[in-house]
Write a protein that binds this ligand. Sequence first.
Ligand code: APR
Length: 244
Amino acid sequence: MHQDFFPPGIAVLTGAGISKESGIDTFRDADGLWNRVDLEEVATLEAWHRDKKKVLDFYNRTRAMFRASGIAPNDAHKALARLEREYEGEVTVITQNIDPLHELAGSKRVIHMHGRDGEIRCMACKAVFESDKDLTPVSVCPNCKAVGELRPNIVWFGEMPMHLDEIYEVLERCGLFLAIGTSGEVYPAAGFVLHVRRHAPRARTVELNLEPTDNKSLFQEHIYGPATEIVPPYVARVLTQGWR
Ligand code: APR
């Protein structure tokens, strides 16, 4: 009934590729982060238990980089904000990125499935706080006063992504699913396109990426190039002509 009455939703999955032209490195490209840094050393719970200083310093540096002048939303982030403003149905950005560039571009419905820079969590009392201060191995939880239990509220390898129930609901009611700037190598995000095909079989699925990914065959339409060049015209097309 809803589907007949309201325009169908648009679900947009974004990955590191959308922020590349804002100056933030991706993970798996030749110059990507995981080709320079051993993820086992900085992005797992085991690493945090083993060497809190190393892990916290890594995220302190990441935060400083996000705050550095020159890091700003690019035309692809802005186009998605425009899509949300101008499309009469629901537009949801599901991002794997921890950077704040979708929000800075003006997007309102943003789900950070891998967490968000600027939030910290206490491993002792589980409370989550907004904070842009550096963490150290002796930082004190503002809630329970535990020492050394604060960590970035970011999903590490082996941990469960956030907001999955809400995400699957968004996917199941969408009429258009876009995957932008993601290699499709990390689950569950890599499986979202299949989830859409199974649970929203009338939805159109489109991959927008610098180059074809291993998931290419799962999408009905493919648009390749730098995000700042391909996303704005695609959004303009959807707003004027729809997506069929
Ligand atoms: N425009 C569009 N796409 C681009 C651009 C660009 N300018 N530059 C690179 N890409 C593409 C690459 O071709 C690649 O397919 O973006 C993709 C980036 O892939 P990854 O580095 O694997 O990033 P992502 O898919 O977001 O990684 C998923 O892995 O390490 C974890 O938690 C981390 O959220 C991250 C998750």
